[in-house]
Design a binder for this molecule. Structure first.
Ligand SMILES: *[C@@H]1O[C@H](CO)[C@@H](O)[C@H](O)[C@H]1NC(C)=O
Ligand SMILES: *[C@@H]1O[C@H](CO)[C@@H](O)[C@H](O)[C@H]1NC(C)=O
Ligand SMILES: *[C@@H]1O[C@H](CO)[C@@H](O)[C@H](O)[C@H]1NC(C)=O
Length: 508
């Protein structure tokens, strides 16, 4: 059964692998369950989830899997936060659901859980659901949830309020009003409620209190304070959609900075979540040319702002995960890479500052050739399971005229390790069958440039018949199941001749 098959999630790997803190704990131990004995965290399952959620005005639910390393790290912190928040007035309830357990899986898919752990905040008996975007250690969880349980926008009455509410390293959105009523105020409050998971909001009658800008502003006006670029932007369009667009647009830096400063990480996450093409310039921030690069990069980024491409500037020191992900080497910096979509990227290494603008122009004009990450093609490849790399996908999979079962795996993935001996046995059983190939590809070290394969977790298995039918294998992970599937879906040797000119010639 497809739903019982366990998968290592690669979903967020792209963004998360950039954060060394998270990447360390990717390796997951199997078979163990959470060690901490929860006392304050409620355990929910399919039988009592809806009932429990509907009874609470505010409840947080963690969807976890017992094998997931990040979940194990979170467990003691979550429990500690739950114990502290139990004495909050009114108490804030923290709960968890084992989303790996069969009957609970439906709950998880209903709430669009794509990775573990995922935390959601349910308000008003579950009528409104919001992502938890807060920290993952006890103190941070407590602070974040206290704020989430309070009003979406806090009134700023004094300089002290400004000090306690506004963190100058974060975005803060403040509504300045002549009075706290009327349609403008209502629309602002509505938006604050809608976006409260991602931004901090405040409102005030007195613009003089604010850290930026002149004091004569009376409003109604919405001011977005930010730690980058022009430092604040105003909007007076109070249509809800316009206001939301203003917030989303104004909160993206021209160039997102990626270094070891955690206060930049929310912007980095935002960068990676954007549907835009992503240009990333990596260099050593302490090197001599750093300033020249930064200024040239800022210029091109400003030039192409709003044209479907976003810009990130990464310090070599913080970018090990990214280098691993893209298969890059430190001696190639300064380098710029553009990730267009899942399958296309463009690379220029050993850059000089004045290469940037012309190279990006070539990209924007559609004149650049995409680059494929690949391990070297192995010289010897005579194990039963054949090794496929980015550069040999064509020869072994697409143009071989054979029936190929291809496993996409990650070296760190425990489920893949479990499958390896089984695939070996399958391969051995087909060893004398020239029309069937069993193969594997390390999807962390090789690009899959063909969109026939969609790889969202590891292991992912695809079968491509000799005539080109592509099927994802979602059956049981036993030798028998896999062999039966191949036999059922392979092309008989007669059917493959049309794509093999030589054997066709033999028949004449
Ligand atoms: C929900 O049901 C599960 C399984 O019966 C039980 O272990 C858990 O304590 C229940 N939770 C609540 C809050 O009633
Ligand atoms: C408030 O938002 C609604 C919905 O977008 C809009 O129709 C209305 O004009 C807005 N009010 C003001 C004063 O902009
Ligand atoms: C970056 O440059 C500085 C100064 O040249 C050097 O000391 C440092 O080792 C470099 N960092 C890396 C990661 O190469």
């Amino acid at each position: 059964m497809a739903s019982r098959v366990s998968t290592c999630f690669g979903v967020f790997a792209f963004a998360l692998s950039l954060f060394s803190i998270v990447a360390v704990s990717v390796a997951e131990a199997e078979g163990e369950t959470e060690s901490s004995k929860g006392e304050y965290v409620l355990t929910l399952d399919h039988s009592n989830f809806s009932d429990t959620v509907s009874k609470h005005k505010f409840i947080v639910v963690e969807f976890y899997a017992p094998w997931c390393g990040h979940c194990k790290n979170l467990a003691p912190e979550y429990e500690k936060a739950a114990s502290i928040l139990s004495s909050h007035d009114p108490p804030i309830i923290l709960a968890k659901v084992d989303a790996n357990e069969e009957p609970n899986k439906e709950l998880a898919s209903k709430h669009e859980i794509r990775g573990f752990p995922t935390l959601k905040i349910f308000r008003s008996g579950g009528n409104s659901v919001q992502d938890y975007n807060g920290p993952r250690e006890a103190e941070g969880i407590v602070t974040y949830l206290k704020k989430q349980a309070g009003p979406a926008s806090a009134e700023i009455k004094s300089v002290e309020d400004v000090g306690s509410l506004i963190d100058e390293k974060k975005i803060f959105i403040v509504g300045i009003f002549p009075k706290f009523s009327g349609e403008e105020f209502e629309n602002f409050t509505f938006l604050a409620e809608k976006l409260r998971a991602n931004y901090d909001f405040g409102h005030t009658l007195d613009a003089k209190l604010l850290p930026q800008g002149e004091s004569s502003v009376k409003g109604p006006v919405v001011r977005l304070l930010k730690p980058f670029d022009e430092l604040f932007v105003d909007s007076q369009d109070f249509q809800v959609h316009a206001l939301e667009k203003f917030v989303e647009d104004a909160s993206v830096p021209v160039v997102t900075i990626f270094n070891n400063d955690p206060s930049n990480h929310p912007f980095v996450m935002k960068f990676f979540n954007s549907p835009d093409a992503k240009a990333m310039l990596f260099l050593n921030f302490s090197s001599e040319l750093s300033d020249a690069f930064k200024s040239n990069y800022h210029d091109v980024a400003s030039l192409y702002k709003g044209k479907g491409i976003s810009f990130l500037l990464g310090d070599l020191d913080a970018s090990k995960g990214a280098f691993q992900y893209f298969g890059l080497k430190e001696d190639q910096v300064p380098l710029v890479i553009i990730q267009k979509d899942d399958t296309k990227k463009y690379l220029k290494t050993n850059l000089e500052p004045d290469h940037l603008a012309p190279w990006l122009k070539e990209y924007m004009d559609g004149n650049l050739k995409a680059f494929v990450k690949s391990e070297p093609i192995p010289e010897v490849n005579n194990e039963p399971v054949k090794v496929v790399v980015g550069d040999s996908l064509g020869d072994i999979v697409f143009n071989s005229g054979k029936n190929v079962l291809l496993e996409f795996y990650a070296p760190w993935c425990g489920h893949c390790k479990k499958l390896a001996p089984i695939l070996d046995e399958v391969a051995v059983s087909f060893e004398n069958d020239a029309d069937v190939t069993i193969a594997k590809l390390d999807a962390t070290a090789n690009d899959i440039v063909d969109d026939a394969f969609e790889v969202r977790g590891y292991p992912t298995l695809y079968f491509r018949s000799a005539s080109g039918n592509v099927l994802q294998y979602e059956g049981g992970r036993t030798k028998e199941d896999i062999i039966e599937f191949i036999q059922k879906n392979r092309d008989k040797s007669g059917q493959t001749e049309s794509v093999q000119p030589e054997s066709a010639k033999d028949e004449l």
